[in-house]
Design a protein around this ligand. Sequence first.
Ligand code: DGT
Ligand code: CA
Length: 573
Amino acid sequence: MKRHSITNQQIADMLTHISQILSIKGENPFKIRAYVKAAQTIESLTDQLAAFEDKEKISKLPGIGEGIAKKLKEFLETGKLKYYEELKQSEYAPLTEFLKIPGMGPKHTKLVYDRLGISTIEQLQKAAEEGKLRNLPGLGDRVEQNILRGIKQVQKYKERFPLAFIFPRAHDISEALKEKKEIKSLLLAGSLRRMRDTIADVDILAVSEQNEKVMAAFVRLPQVQKVLAKGHTRSSILTRDNFQVDLRVVAPESFGAAAHYFTGSKAHNIRIRSLGVEQGLKINEYGVFKGNQKIGGATEEEVFKSVALPYIPPELREDLGEIEAAQNGKLPRLVGLTDIKGDLHVHTDWTDGINSLEQMAVAAKKRGYQYIAVCDHSPTVGITRGLTAERLISQMEAIAALNRKLDDFRILCGIEVDIRSDGRLDLENSVLKQLDIVVAAVHTRFAQPREEMTRRIVKAIENPFVHIIAHPTGRLIGKREPYEVNMDTIMDACRANETVLELNAYPERLDLSDINCRKAKEKGVKIAISTDAHRDSHLDLITFGVATARRGWIEPEDVLNTLPLTALLKFLE
Ligand code: DGT
Ligand code: CA
């Protein structure tokens, strides 16, 4: 591995892997925590660690102690870390795969290995099916069933990766390629450009006239585990993270046609092509042709224009009505990043966030926002420092003091209040009514029957002090299915009570999903696109929320936090 090409993501992945091996081995929790924290810090850095001139600065980063800093220096300087190489030789190292299974923590992992010699997911599934796990100390019937369900879920997602996983890794690859002078321009196409919530493989287009050089550089990237194919116009690699990347090199005059074709979706392409056929045109990845004559294809606009359509944004290209809308001049004016005026769900170090109130406010202001709503957790969520009524009131005082200091910016006092299993909230209305904004959310008892869960959430929606329901279906992409809930009933109740549904932009949530956003819009329910930031750099995650909203045909006026501060305050009242 070339030293300068080690990315923050690769370093963070290594630290995470170390923490996982240590946790299975049953090492000191503080030591494990140190690696987890260091990984989080590095993942959220804006500058590449490898580009630090002064490597001594590493130990000054928040959450990175001397010991880990020394190891990172070694890794950056030599491309290898001896400690990690040795750790990977441990018999427990291959078991980290188990930690992806919901219901399997490090303790269970060690137990099944020590007692039953189980080291693969297949063996684990077989043992669970044969009822061999339930007799292990501390497991039992229910845990065994949970593990089986977890395995099924992991298998379901095996062929598709969460957007949150692919996005930074694909961008690292694209940045590395952009450094090659032979490449004139580059586009991440496919489902990634359409910002689907899961991605099967990455499709990259490069404009170049020096195919051989581009392909040679591509297959030599440090991310490559295996070269699957190497050709003149197309090559494929498997990354060390086990996802496939296809690179296609195209000539500038075909770029638009190729971009359109490889952005997809396939269903959208088929419709466009048949519109072409109706007009006697052939549309493919090389261009738009009338007979043998090429009449367009340098830009995507030319492709759309050839079939009498305006430009359709990538997020809409799913053949879910966008072509008809384009024909009738009814394409939505999609919400964009610059429409967002503030973030309505952020955390601070008063509960489980990393940054202080002031740091969050400064970061938001720097983004050009007019406001943020600080919505730390209420007591029962299970985190240790949930805000009691007393602490919430002190936080309100701290916020008021900061607001006096800040120009042209407002911190709203809020709470992410837990919706208990019977639909009652975790704090009294007498407390909630003192706040600017109340966000309510389900964090426990996800397995409730559909009717019960629906009633539980409707009760929160009907509470006159609740403004927003956070992450309304509770899904964690690739980890947890949405809970059973009747979305129609939820949305009808929101409409009736003027309650807003959150689109949580945290990339493993993206909840509401694109489909549910579209449904909310159709039902006349407003959405709030919020990041649920637990540190200042998380404010950037808004990108994923906005992309998901765009996939859901959402326009600025459908979104609460496109309102400027004064209009927002009026709405909240
Ligand atoms: P993915 O990879 O499953 O997350 O989703 P995509 O959309 O990236 O699909 P992929 O990688 O199979 O193909 C990339 C694009 O290439 C796809 O969005 C549209 C285009 N494409 C692939 N196969 C066909 C095809 O048979 N016909 C047409 N018209 N387009 C295709
Ligand atoms: Ca793809």
